[in-house]
Design a protein around this ligand. Structure first.
Ligand SMILES: [Fe+2]
Length: 407
């Protein structure tokens, strides 16, 4: 009994789990999107649609699939905004907001990855309540409902399709703004494996590693609880069983479909348990140097796991079980070390480098200082299991940057 978790006492006795986003999964479901929307009473009258996407998704022909799915339905696409960059920013949100307001949209469809979905959430928020994204920075600052959003994810990692958060870049300040509010939960997430069929392998790998980071950070978070743990365990198992196949065998729709589901399940969990130091560091690296979010998480994750291991070895031991480790003669610390090795192994198989320096991030002391300070100010650090001060953060950041950094 308790082979995975050892049946430890509850970590907390007050547990709230929010899951307002409805999920519809199915191969080809986008082809009947109009029907799927019409059967939802609160969406039946939301016929003025703005579609938010990016150039890559548009050139892959996925916009046409959504248009076909809405043909002969009461849902009219009033405008298509396909200018979301890979790392969306405040100017992009301003542009989108004007379009939403000009067309008096009452439904926003976000077709894309995390940047597209977060931009759609920000546009929905500002169109409904005015001001700038920074006015709502932090937790629970959104005053009321926003324009409903339907998400159609085209990557396999973000989780934003079911999450209550958005992250938008402030290019001038070289920082990222995080907004968290129950009013940002999308109304509906439509998961169609057809939408990830043509996703380039490297993006499957990078976004898949983002989903893995979500699950691992959720599992060791200060806010972990059995509901989020259950999701995190299944996500870890599905990713270790399917990510490599989803990347290397683009014909494996089953593997990609399971990665799509795993990403969404991780998003459900992270909305309720928070994340940790990997995201805190990586948000800063992404804001300063433009490193892809999933790729950057994959770089930092093993070092952060190693840093956190001494705080909660039993939790990392449980993660090792979810990754397939079956030995029974090892200590929690040894099992936790194996979990870290498995993550490193997966990363290597996917061709992802070990350090930020391999991605062009400078390794000088001033850069380490700047990243460490940014990470200390990131709201996700609050959920990291090991209490972290700036003097702890600097050597940790150094290890993610360069080989042989001293702790
Ligand atoms: Fe993430």
């Amino acid at each position: 009994m308790g082979f995975i978790t050892k049946n430890v006492p509850l970590h907390q006795t007050d547990i709230a789990f929010y899951l307002p986003t409805q999920i519809k999964f199915g191969l080809g479901i986008v082809e009947k999107l109009g029907l799927e929307l019409q059967i939802e009473p609160d969406l039946a009258g939301c016929g003025r649609v703005v579609l938010v996407t990016d150039q890559g998704v548009a050139s892959a022909g996925l916009v046409e699939k959504v248009e076909a799915g809405l043909a002969d339905s009461p849902y009219e696409i009033k405008a298509i905004f396909d200018a979301v960059p890979s790392d969306s920013d405040l100017n992009t949100v301003r542009e989108l907001t004007q379009i939403i307001q000009r067309h008096e949209a009452n439904l926003i469809i976000a077709l894309g990855g995390g940047s597209v979905m977060d931009t759609a959430k920000a546009g929905s928020l500002i169109a409904a309540h005015g001001g700038e994204v920074r006015d709502y920075e932090g937790g629970f600052m959104v005053p009321g409902p926003c324009i409903p959003i339907v998400t159609i994810p085209t990557t396999t990692g973000t989780g934003s399709e079911v999450s209550l958060g958005l992250v938008i870049k402030d290019r001038e300040a070289r920082s990222k703004i995080t907004v968290v509010s129950p009013f940002l939960f999308p109304r509906l997430a439509v998961l169609d494996p057809e939408m990830v069929k043509t996703l380039p392998p490297k993006l499957v790998a990078w976004t898949g590693m983002d989903a893995l980071t979500h699950a691992i950070e959720v599992y060791v978070s200060t806010e972990h609880a059995p509901i989020s743990e259950a999701l995190a365990f299944r996500v870890v198992e599905m990713i270790f069983d399917n990510l490599e196949a989803a990347v290397k065998n683009s014909d494996s729709l089953d593997a990609r479909a399971k990665m799509q589901l795993a990403a969404t399940m991780a998003g459900m969990a992270m909305s309720n348990a928070g994340l940790g130091a990997t995201h805190a560091i990586n948000h800063t690296v992404g804001a300063m140097f433009g490193v892809h979010h999933g790729l950057g998480n994959a770089v930092a994750l093993p070092e952060v796991m190693k840093y956190n291991l001494e705080t909660c070895p039993e939790r990392f031991a449980s993660l090792a079980r979810a990754m397939g480790v079956t030995q029974t003669d090892l200590s929690d610390e040894e099992l936790g070390q194996l979990a870290i090795e498995r993550v490193r192994g997966l990363r290597q198989v996917l061709g992802i480098p070990e350090r930020y320096s391999d991605l062009g991030v400078p390794t000088d002391d001033a850069t380490i200082e700047a990243i460490a300070e940014g990470a200390m100010n990131d709201p996700m650090l609050a959920f990291n299991p090991r209490k972290t001060e700036l003097r702890d953060m600097k050597p940790l950041v150094a290890k993610t940057l360069r080989n042989g950094a001293e702790g």
